[in-house]
Design a protein around this ligand. Structure first.
Ligand SMILES: [Fe+2]
Length: 424
């Protein structure tokens, strides 16, 4: 067999073999490491399986041990250098993989002697296939990787085929070495060719991984772009809300002030800064549904008739509909945050006594941020001049809040707001 031949041959042949497998295993680890970066953790490009099987065939168990030694040395050195943890479980995995290879190598050896081409190929396929199966089983039990990962069967078949075919060519070349036994130089050239072949094979795999990384980067860029678009979307929405106010000059700046008051109440109630910012955004958007209210109702000089009022009462529902559409693909807010904004838009006219609209919810049913918004909204409405009435003073408006505290307005929000106004 070729491997017996190579081990017993000249120093040059052995030296080049050792050098070749040293380099191959070194690259195997770099590839493995790159794969981790690109989050292909489940199917790490197990380049070392190829390198180990090749060394088993070329130099038997001693060369396999040498390959494993080099691979682990690079693994430990790189991990330590980068300050990354070393997982002892990985060594258990390596042990399983090497064992299955040795078992399959020795059980299929006789068959290969019987039929070189098919036997060799079958042996390689079996070894790589079972090494991959062992990898999956070990990943599940050692690293808690779930069984059902999308496309894993296809991935195994792809890996096994590519590796098996490369290895087959490699070993077939090696099989012919004994025929050129007398030519030491030829042997040296042949070993060098093999090394170049294997390095070339790894270079192509590196290339495929760098393509994958590029894909990951492109995805990231797309995500960034999507975020920017959403941000623009957000600006368009708040601009919409502001333009609404231009339809009625009396309500100019209303949303900004309501947003500011609501965020202050949230602060007064001890809510987190993130919640305060969210409530501020909700304040800017709370009346967005007025886009759908006709001008003759929205801008009517004087009090609304019952019919007009019922049209006006639709604005929380219109706003909810509108914002739900915008939020369908909106990565800047998570689902909870989106729900908060929707709550604010939909329920900012609800009252603790159940007499609000559009749903007539009870105090417990109305979300806190909606109850905060109602106080902020009412205060600003009372202290702004309207076409049909003059603005109240701050004191008058606060008196109305106090009178309605617990019925029209949520008491904790009124108390917090009075504290803020008292503090200046
Ligand atoms: Fe409103």
């Amino acid at each position: 067999m070729a491997f017996e031949y190579i081990l017993s041959t000249t120093f040059y042949g052995s030296f080049v073999t050792l050098l070749a497998f040293g380099v191959i295993n070194f690259f195997s680890y770099s590839i493995h490491y790159l794969s981790n970066i690109s989050k292909q953790m489940i199917f790490r490009e197990d380049g070392y399986l190829f390198a180990w099987l090749a060394s088993l065939w070329v130099g038997g168990v001693p060369l396999l041990c040498y390959s494993i030694f080099i691979y682990m040395a690079v693994y430990l050195w790189t991990r330590r250098k980068k300050g990354m943890p070393v997982y002892p479980k990985n060594f258990v995995l390596f042990g399983f993989q090497a064992t299955i290879m040795v078992i399959l190598f020795y059980t299929t050896k006789d068959f290969i002697l019987f039929s070189l081409f098919t036997g060799l190929f079958l042996s390689i396929m079996l070894s790589l296939f079972f090494a991959q199966v062992i990898t999956i089983i070990s990943l599940h039990f050692l690293f808690d990787v779930p069984w059902e990962e999308e496309g894993w069967r296809e991935k195994i078949i792809e890996l096994v085929w590519i590796d098996a075919f490369s290895l087959f060519l490699f070993l077939l070349m090696n099989q012919f070495l004994p025929t050129i036994e007398s030519h030491v130089n030829m042997q040296l050239v042949s070993q060098t060719c093999l090394m170049i072949f294997v390095i070339f094979r790894y270079a192509s795999r590196m290339n495929s991984i760098s393509q994958k990384q590029q894909m990951v980067e492109t995805m990231k860029e797309l995500q960034d772009l999507n975020n920017k678009l959403s941000m623009a979307n957000n600006h368009v929405l708040t601009a919409f809300a502001a333009s609404l106010e231009k339809r009625d000059s009396y309500t100019a700046g209303h949303s900004e002030r309501v947003a500011k008051y609501a965020a202050q109440i949230a602060l007064g109630l001890g809510m987190a800064p993130k919640q305060q910012r969210l409530i501020h955004l909700g304040g800017l958007l709370h009346d967005i549904g007025k886009i759908g209210i006709p001008d003759n109702v929205l801008n009517k000089q004087g009090p609304l008739t019952e019919e007009e009022y019922s049209v006006m009462k639709q604005h929380p529902l219109i706003g909810e509909e509108l914002i739900k559409g915008v939020y369908q693909n909106y990565p800047l807010l998570n689902e909870d945050e989106k729900a908060t904004i929707i709550d604010i838009i939909l329920y900012h006219h609800e009252r603790p006594d159940g007499k609000g609209y559009p749903k007539g919810l009870s105090e417990e049913q109305i979300p806190i941020w909606s109850k905060i918004m109602a106080v902020a909204d009412s205060f600003d409405a009372m202290t702004s001049t309207r076409s049909y009435r003059k603005a109240m003073t701050n004191e008058q408006a606060i008196n109305v809040l106090i009178q309605g505290s617990g019925t029209q307005f949520w008491k904790p929000a009124v108390d917090a707001f009075i504290n803020i106004k008292a503090g200046g």
